[in-house]
Design a protein around this ligand. Structure first.
Ligand code: PLP
Length: 454
């Protein structure tokens, strides 16, 4: 029998593995360029590299690891499946485990109103399926998406994503995607800001859909994140989101909420759209729903379930291990009230970061909900724009990320020009780990400022 090549610590350096990765893997690698380590093991909020260094992980698999690394309940779920003799792969055939997971996941939605669709395992698979469903249901072909939105990197999902860097390289993306401005508390796209900016954008959306001279034919769907993650942690204002729900309902447009990143207690509620008290027609779930393993699921309001049998298939829709770990994670989220933990820890972190913003002018804005926090890095030596925002400083933000890494704190950036440092830590993070994070982050900002501005 072959031994699996898991690596003991201190046999080779990070550099050794990174050089080999560089030689063997495509240029498309992204995270290793910013977080240059080779991981040997991980537990909870902590990751250990092959040299024995320990890092506080505030990236957590891009928000996937709600329960942190190797949570005992998740590990037990995997062991239970392995001991049971269940097949690991079942297409979309059912099993007692799938049945229980489906029931558990549906329990987070209004009783009897939604059905689930298991997709291919990535978030992009989920958004692709949701758009196809909306087109099938309405017979229409256009989609409205929002600036700053992120829905994945496949052709269709990239078409609905805001980031032009990724889009410019690939021609002939999905046609028929109309972008509209998304409210932003620090960088209002209308240059108005505050409540007046939100009111104007709310009015604009309704007017745009109802204006018979808008030039845009009625779309099949509106797709959005209630809190944009990759776009720089931007929260949809409640009244704007409620208006979008009202208008899409009135005009028979399918409203798709992409909860791939913000879902599953991260924002302080099970789903981020709950902050606005709305009910979407389709909810896209991935990342945390699989409890560390790949899984994507749509929740579809029953009346929108327009699929013909096999209208959308995919080989990997039956990952039993992911359903087991997802089931265990959902139970822990409920039993340990992780939504509340995310809210409380997030409030603490935001309060501390806002204090830091008083000390460091380069922190232009601290925002987010629960454990989805954005720290916008700016050049405060430059003039403010018409609504008081300083220009983005992506170079300093990158230096802060680098300094965080030196202080053994893993985190990622997002937003325009990568100038928003993001906190996406596991939801089980403790108060003392939060305090440690703030300590390391403060040192990193000091170091980065010294490196770039002195
Ligand atoms: C909101 C949102 N939607 C979709 C995706 C795409 O998910 P995946 O990378 O699993 O395809 C992401 C990934 O970060 C995301 O944040």
């Amino acid at each position: 029998m072959t031994n699996t090549p898991v690596n003991p610590i201190n046999q080779a350096t990070n550099e050794y593995y990174l050089t080999r990765q560089n030689e063997m893997e495509s240029n498309v690698r992204s995270y290793p360029r910013k977080l240059p380590l080779a991981i040997a093991k991980a537990q909870g909020c902590w990751v250990t590299d092959v040299e024995g260094n320990e890092y506080l992980d505030c990236l957590a698999g891009a928000g996937t690891l709600a329960l942190g690394h190797n949570h005992p309940d998740v590990i037990k779920a995997i062991q239970d499946v392995l001991a049971s003799g269940l097949p690991l792969h079942t297409l979309d055939l059912t099993t007692p485990l799938k049945d229980a997971f489906t029931e558990e996941l549906l329990s987070f939605f209004p009783k009897g109103e939604y059905r689930l669709q298991f997709c291919g395992p990535s978030g992009a698979d989920g958004t692709e399926a949701a758009i196809k469903l909306a087109k099938t249901y309405t017979g229409r072909g256009n989609v409205i998406s929002f600036s700053g939105g992120y829905h994945g990197m496949t052709h269709g999902s990239l078409s609905m994503t805001g980031n032009l860097n990724a889009k410019n390289a690939v021609q002939n993306l999905m046609a028929g995607v109309q972008f509209m401005p998304y409210p932003h508390e620090y960088r209002c796209p209308l240059g108005i800001g505050g409540e007046a900016g939100v009111d104007a954008l709310t009015y604009y959306f309704e007017n745009f859909i109802e204006d018979v001279e808008s030039g845009v034919v009625k779309p099949a769907a509106v797709i959005l994140e209630a809190i944009q993650g990759e776009g720089g942690v931007v929260t949809a204002p409640v009244k704007w989101l409620q208006k979008i729900r009202e208008v899409t309902k009135k005009h028979g447009i399918v409203l798709i909420l992409d909860e791939v990143q913000a879902g599953f207690c991260r924002s302080g509620k099970m789903f981020a759209f709950e902050h606005a008290g709305i009910e979407p027609d389709v909810v896209v779930m991935s990342k945390a729903v699989g409890g560390s393993l790949p899984l994507a699921v749509l929740a579809i309001k029953k009346e929108f379930d327009a699929w013909q049998p096999a209208g959308h298939t995919g080989t990997f829709r039956g990952n039993q291990l992911a359903m087991a770990t997802g089931y265990a994670s959902l139970k822990v989220m409920k039993e340990q009230n992780l939504a509340q933990n995310a809210q409380q820890r997030g409030d603490f972190l935001q309060a501390e970061l806002k204090k830091l913003a008083q000390q460091f002018g380069c922190i232009g804005n601290v925002r987010g909900k629960g454990l989805m926090i954005g720290i916008e890095i700016v050049d405060e030596r430059q003039p403010q724009d018409r609504i008081g925002a300083y220009p983005a400083d992506g170079v300093l933000a990158a230096e802060i990320q680098k300094a965080c890494f030196k202080h053994k704190l893993l985190l990622e950036r997002g937003g325009r020009g990568g100038n928003v440092v993001r906190i996406l830590c596991p939801l089980i993070i403790t108060q003392s780990e939060c305090e440690e994070m703030i300590k390391r982050f403060t040192q990193a900002v000091q170091d980065a400022l010294k490196a770039t501005r002195s």
